[in-house]
Design a protein around this ligand. Sequence first.
Ligand SMILES: Cc1cc2nc3c(=O)[nH]c(=O)nc-3n(C[C@H](O)[C@H](O)[C@H](O)COP(=O)(O)OP(=O)(O)OC[C@H]3O[C@@H](n4cnc5c(N)ncnc54)[C@H](O)[C@@H]3O)c2cc1C
Length: 461
Amino acid sequence: MKFNSLDQNHLKNLQAMVARDRFSTGDSVLDLHAKDQSQHPARRPEAVAWPVDRSEVAAILRYANAHRIPITGWGSGSSLEGNPIPVQKGIVLDFSQMNRILNIRAEDFQADVEPGVIYQDLNEKLRHTGLFFPPDPGARATVGGMIANNASGTRTVYYGSTKDYVLRLEVVLANGEIIELGTRAAKTSSGYDLIHLMVGSEGTLGVVVGATLRLVGFPVEYSAAIATFPSVAAASKAVFEIIRSGLNPAALELLGPECIELMNREEQLGLNVSPTLFVEFHSSTAGHLVEILDMGREICNEQGCTEFRSGLGKAERDHIFKARHALGEMIIRTHPDCGTLVVDVAVPNTAYPEMIALIGEEMNATGIMGYTFGHAGDGNVHFNIPGKKGDEKQWAQIDKLVQRLVSKALDLGGTATGEHGVGLGKKKYMTAEHGKSLDWMKQIKALFDPNGILNPGKIFP
Ligand SMILES: Cc1cc2nc3c(=O)[nH]c(=O)nc-3n(C[C@H](O)[C@H](O)[C@H](O)COP(=O)(O)OP(=O)(O)OC[C@H]3O[C@@H](n4cnc5c(N)ncnc54)[C@H](O)[C@@H]3O)c2cc1C
């Protein structure tokens, strides 16, 4: 695709579509919208606009489509695969001023929101209703960015990912047409499921300008446990048994020994340095949670668990998970001269030990060290690799290592990305993962966006 640059005439016309102070070509603004949280190089857009309603978005898209100008949506820029980097320049639409919670219909378990709402702010606003929106990527992400990436988090094993919470969408198509998808009914089997085509499409098929989200009741009682194991295989077997036994964990995280060593050092946890599960349970009564914890302990013991610590109540749960949630920050603090790359793949549960074993072998063979952790309950493996800033040789080695890990995940019947999306980083695996169906994806893209202006350079190799 060939795109046009923004000349003075385009800039004048585009600026007139939004208020003067909501359109910028200033250096610092362009720099701020040139890079997400990944290690992909920055690429500045030519202009940034902050729309405040869907008609402004529609006008900009109509114009951009007619003049072949790239448009990239921007939530918080917290992506980890280069998803919002405007690699073909053009205009970034920053949704931070479309951040209203329009309507909370607690008795329908629904909220209507604009795309720039930060999910933690939504949950804060929902607090008095006893309801919440469960997907929980660690960063301060927007609902629009979460929908575009189909984000998940530690509680996906129980609550599902963003796609499970989107009932209705308002989308502006590349040609500026506004369409409404879905229904406010809790279920539907009416027609093609365009909602789930949009969710996870990373802003390449349309721009989300509104959403009706499904909400669920807040857990009444919480508990959590930490269990250490002699091997990853034993820990993985415990993961399987915990799920199979119907204990319904709300989070089930597996951390490698190197993570535990770091957490012991930073948080004085005093845990055995070995593969460790962090588990969370929710229920409506504390009594039920006591039974669940007893069963959980029994299951872990059967798999040779070397230590089992548990706690009841929200404060105890928060105490147990505090170090888990702080892990990302600890890694950054420990390697101040490094950037970190987070590998994200997902495999079937039975393949989890093999995937983790390969990471161990790779660390031994290459001398590249990293931190293995993941949402084991849904087969999602993360490997956080610190690499020296500016050391191109080391980053080339890391890149090769990542390629071997992703290829292995695909060989094991898994996926190149469990939750971070394709963006720039995973494009090269799309043919291997999807084969002929990638051609159908390309045809869908051509149908929705014939001029290819929406987030160009992403998803397709
Ligand atoms: C410390 C840390 C921890 C993380 N942990 C997790 C995790 O556990 N699970 C997880 O899933 N992710 C995780 N992430 C990744 C990231 O937070 C998620 O992918 C999140 O959904 C991105 O949201 P955002 O608002 O920052 O979107 P951005 O990064 O700004 O954009 C994401 C994508 O959405 C598009 N977009 C933005 N707004 C719109 C819109 N209105 N319409 C159409 N397209 C749009 C962008 O063009 C881009 O392709 C983590 C990131 C960090 C930094």
